[in-house]
Design a protein around this ligand. Sequence first.
Ligand SMILES: Nc1ncnc2c1ncn2[C@@H]1O[C@H](COP(=O)(O)OP(=O)(O)O)[C@@H](O)[C@H]1O
Ligand SMILES: [Mg+2]
Length: 279
Amino acid sequence: MTTLKEPEVNPGALRRHAIEERRPLDNAIDIQGCAIHYPYKGGSIHAVENVNFSCRSGEFISIVGPSGCGKSTLIKVVAGLLPRSAGEIRVYGKRVTGPHPNVGIVFQSPVLLAWRNVLRNIMLQVEMRKGYRKEEYVDKAMDLIRLAGLSGFEKRHPWELSGGMQQRVSFCRALIHDPELLLMDEPFGALDAMTRDEMNVWLQKIWMEKSKTILFVTHDISEAVFLSDRILVMTARPGTVREVIDIDLARPRRMEMKESVEFNRYVGHARRLLFSSVA
Ligand SMILES: Nc1ncnc2c1ncn2[C@@H]1O[C@H](COP(=O)(O)OP(=O)(O)O)[C@@H](O)[C@H]1O
Ligand SMILES: [Mg+2]
């Protein structure tokens, strides 16, 4: 795959992300008293219990927590793909009652259609949705392909791409209808460590350029610290918010920051919280 460079310092993007410029009332996600129970063998599994959390527009939030604590469940409920059992969820002020258009989703597996080329895989998102005129989105798709470092690959099929490239196609597909919120469930979990680092640098760059709100599930604490404004640490099932950690590290973050004392202090703190949740 193409080698991705560390991001250039972009003063405009830095300003956009300066904490003092954030609008505190402009909440992208509001989760109040949320519980999610799955019906199971005549009873129910309490996956998530009493989650309260809000995030501002443009924030990068990671969710970490022990396996099975309800991270994927929470993502699906915010996307409106699953009903909640109690509580309220609002996305950009609108109550979530079912799947809604203001969201893009990226899962661990890129789930690309083998018989469609890169461009047509990305276009699938607007072809499937009502009210989108396909012709109007081709240029947008080509812009995203360029942004994803995939120029020249638009006519290639998924099997001709590396894992990282496939995941970037899936990311473009999630962005083509220009949602304000991106939900990512362990998107880099299947990639090797080096590709993952490259994807982290790439994702930070795109997030800074596009000013999206991102809710990002990962089991990799170092990835969460590298990418996030805040990390939501969950308890073991039934999952609830254990602590929300503010990551006060300058942006754009660079890979060498992972060696700093400050970075590792955050990693250590999150790890201790997680460990005490399962011990
Ligand atoms: N469709 C389902 N039916 C019953 N239980 C489920 C279902 N999906 C998930 N669960 C249970 O809910 C809990 C949370 O699952 P999940 O959200 O996938 O956890 P995580 O993503 O944090 O690993 C787990 O204990 C899991 O077994
Ligand atoms: Mg999961």
